[in-house]
Structures are given as C-alpha cells and as structure tokens.
Design a binder for this molecule. Structure first.
Ligand SMILES: [Zn+2]
Ligand SMILES: [Zn+2]
Length: 147
C-alpha cells in the first residue's frame, strides 16, 4: 500500500469478531466506505483491494463476500461482474424464502407460520415453546398451600 495514505487509512479501520475490517470513516447512504486519496473521493474497499491485491479489471465491481458493505478487508472482497453481484444478492434472499422448516425442523406451513414485524417468517411452535419456558422460569415451584 503506498505509504502516503496507509496510516490515514488504517486509522479508520477496526477489526470485528467476524474478521471484517469495519470502516469507521465516512459511509455513503448505501453503506459503502468512502475515503479521500490525493484529493479525490474513492470507495475505500476498492482502494484497499487495488493496493493490497491487484488492480480491479475494467467493468468489474467489488462484491462483499461477507455481505458487510462497510468492510474493507481485501480477503472479503472479490471482483465480479455487476450481473453476478446482483444475482448473489438475490440468491441470498431467495435462499431464505425457500426455507421450508425453522431451525428446529418445524414446518413453515400455513398453520405454523407467522410474520414478524420485519417481514421474516417465524415458527409458532418455537414461539409457544419459548413462552412456556419463560413461564416455567417465573413460577417458584408448586406450593402445598393450595392442596
Ligand atoms: Zn468483511
Ligand atoms: Zn420451530
């Protein structure tokens, strides 16, 4: 990485538990990292990739494999065509929509499914089980007084 902007760049990066280099500087409204190099605003993740890996071929966009747009870790970045980038974003959504069971194996069918406020599907069986567990925790135990 050319030394004239390295220090400034690294000062705006913080590690996350997921291994991302989270950008703490300016983010665009879309969530992408922006950075000024030589008086010019550039995408920080593109600058990092070009400085640490290789120049990005013409016509390719950088895909965030970690799906964290604010990440500038070159290991999480891959140059792809715009089309692949869009398809990957869609397949992520599509994979969730295709799910036919909750993580505990209960079916996402008409009777067992409700929508959370953010639109995702939730399992009624799991919700009921969670409520039962919560109630059981609150109860101090069976008392003899009622007998
Ligand atoms: Zn990342
Ligand atoms: Zn479930």
């Amino acid at each position: 990485m050319p030394s004239y902007w390295t220090d400034r760049f690294l000062a705006q990066v913080t590690d996350t538990p997921a291994g991302c280099w989270q950008w703490t500087g300016y983010l665009t409204p879309n969530g992408y990292a922006r950075f000024r190099i030589g008086g010019e605003q550039q995408y920080a993740h593109r600058a990092a990739y070009e400085a640490l890996v290789e120049p990005i071929p013409d016509g390719l966009v950088i895909d965030h494999l970690c799906r964290n747009r604010g990440c500038v870790n070159p290991a999480h970045l891959e140059p792809v065509t715009q089309r692949v980038n869009v398809l990957r974003g869609e397949s992520h959504v599509a994979a969730r929509a295709r799910q036919t069971e909750c993580i505990h194996g209960h079916p996402f069918d008409e009777a067992n499914t409700y929508r959370a406020s953010n639109g995702t599907r939730k399992c009624r069986t799991c919700r009921t089980a969670a409520r039962t567990r919560a109630r059981a925790r609150k109860k101090p135990g069976v008392s003899c007084a009622a007998a």
